[in-house]
Design a protein around this ligand. Structure first.
Ligand code: ADP
Ligand code: ADP
Ligand code: MG
Length: 450
């Protein structure tokens, strides 16, 4: 093997992000690509690139055989999975390790534990964390009905293997439960394979606040504070920020402590995120743990100056963290707007096509993580996110002004994007005052439509 050669089992902006970290560490980056991505930016920036199959993700980026084949062919030392695709696939992690490669992520058993969201709730409870009131796996409708009655409607029916905002269904009354249960079972098996369903009380007017953790294999665990990811559409994050506005210092500290406690109790290593919902009284409840680098990791990097992907790689190579919690300092305010190739005026329908013009913002406090450039072709086969606009400033009002400036400088032609939609959200009183919840975007969309 070539000791410092890393295979990046992903595409798009996260592949580019990991290539950059590899290069800064003096490591070689090997990209993989499907036929649709032959001209993609991540392929151009990597030191080597291997074709893994046709455009269909199932036959390329999701093919364990093809990805492992590329790793063998290129004699890599390590495999970084990014997010999405195979990143939370414990079988893939096991096969990577069995083939003799370093896996850049937590141990497969932990991926498996947290990948089962019902089991993750158990693990969180065992570690003493508050969880949303709910159940374990409910075997059938009648069990679900009595559990839901005890919890009180509305409830959420969740797929244990769900992710990316999918596999969750709200049920408002017993009358809707039977159909929802049957539908969920069908859909969920199609999307995630064999998986159980569990129930949670649906919390209303809550915020999604998550804690970034980083752990080495010598027992060192730190957190990098929180991110507020409440601004979501269909349970998918659109805008994130840190620090979470209006969150009290006590609540922040309690959540950070809880996240570190969970990481320690399961023997976590690498970067991970513990997700919570926070209600108006600042009671917080664990919902899940993501055992990978997250889309919105960059805002925590800007806030603290700690490079999460660099540390993921170093930790995977067995190095100690070398950062004490006291050294992690939060400075200023950071906001991220996800730029998706979608048409907000048309139900956020995907908008593939060629980028006739692609000019991103720059200047003080601006970071753009993107997987595209001018002339890139936005593919219909994959995720619609094409870039993340992140800004850092001294305080939140300055960060908002900077974010609006950065979005105004962003010019993308050839496809529809969420750039203007992002500016519009940032300009609302809800955002300016930091008074928003997970239902704010959908409420705004209704208001703007009517
Ligand atoms: P983040 O907080 O990092 O955005 P998400 O859960 O939204 O986390 O997922 C990030 C990426 O991973 C998205 O591209 C999403 O589509 C994908 N993803 C996450 N979980 C799954 C899953 N179980 N199956 C398929 N895709 C997933
Ligand atoms: P995923 O694995 O798809 O990321 P999560 O369990 O993290 O699923 O939930 C995704 C989003 O759904 C949350 O950020 C939140 O907006 C909403 N959500 C999840 N659980 C609840 C709940 N019990 N009550 C209200 N909203 C919830
Ligand atoms: Mg989640």
């Amino acid at each position: 093997v070539t000791i410092r050669r890393v295979l990046i089992a992903n595409r798009g902006e996260i592949a580019v992000r990991i290539i950059r970290a590899c290069h800064e560490l003096g490591m070689e980056a090997v990209a993989i690509y499907s036929d649709a991505d032959e001209q993609a930016l991540h392929v151009k920036l990597a030191d080597h690139a291997v074709r893994v199959g046709p455009p269909s993700a199932a036959k390329s980026y999701l093919s364990i055989e093809a990805v492992l084949g590329a790793a063998r062919e290129m004699n890599v030392a390590a495999v970084h999975p990014g997010y999405g695709f195979l990143s939370e696939n414990a079988r893939f992690a096991r096969e990577v390790i069995a083939a003799g490669f370093i896996w850049v992520g937590p141990a497969p058993d932990i991926i498996e534990l947290m990948g089962d969201k019902a089991a993750a709730r158990e693990a969180a409870m065992q570690a003493g964390l508050p969880v949303v009131r709910g159940t374990g796996i409910v075997e059938d409708v009648s069990v679900a009905a009595s559990a839901a009655a005890a919890l009180g409607y509305p409830v959420l029916l969740k797929a244990a293997a769900g992710g990316g905002g999918r596999g969750i269904r709200r049920v408002d009354s017993e009358a809707g439960l039977e159909e929802a249960f049957a539908q969920a079972q069908r859909e969920v098996v199609a999307a995630f394979g064999e998986t159980g369903l569990y129930l949670e009380k649906a919390l209303l007017d809550v915020r999604h606040v998550e804690i970034q953790v980083l752990a080495d294999s010598q027992g060192g665990v730190i957190h990098l504070f929180e991110r507020d990811c409440s601004l979501q559409r269909r349970r998918q994050k659109l805008i994130e920020e840190t620090p979470a506005p209006l969150l009290s210092g006590d609540c922040r500290e309690a959540m950070c402590t809880a996240a570190v406690k969970l990481a320690r109790s399961v023997g976590y290593t690498s970067a991970g995120t513990v997700e919570f919902l926070v209600d108006e009284d600042e009671s917080f409840y664990f919902i899940e743990m993501n055992t990978r680098i997250q889309v919105e990791h960059g805002i925590s990097e800007m806030l603290t100056g700690i490079d999460l992907v660099r540390h993921q790689l170093l930790i995977a190579y067995g190095e100690p963290l070398g950062i004490d919690q006291e050294d992690v300092v939060s400075a200023g305010a950071v906001i991220e707007i996800r730029i998706n190739a979608e048409d907000p005026d048309n139900g956020f329908m995907g908008s593939p096509g060629r980028l006739e013009l692609c000019r991103f913002a720059a200047g003080p406090g601006v970071r753009i993580d993107s997987g595209v450039e001018q002339e890139s072709e936005i593919q219909p086969f994959y995720d619609s996110m094409i870039a993340k606009v992140m800004v850092h400033a001294e305080d939140r009002p300055a960060a908002i002004a900077r974010a609006l400036r950065a979005l105004a400088e962003t010019h993308i032609e050839g496809v529809q994007t969420t750039v203007r939609f992002g500016s519009r959200v940032l300009a609302t009183p809800e955002f300016r005052d930091g008074r928003y919840s997970t239902s704010t975007i959908e409420r705004l969309l209704e208001e703007w439509a009517g």
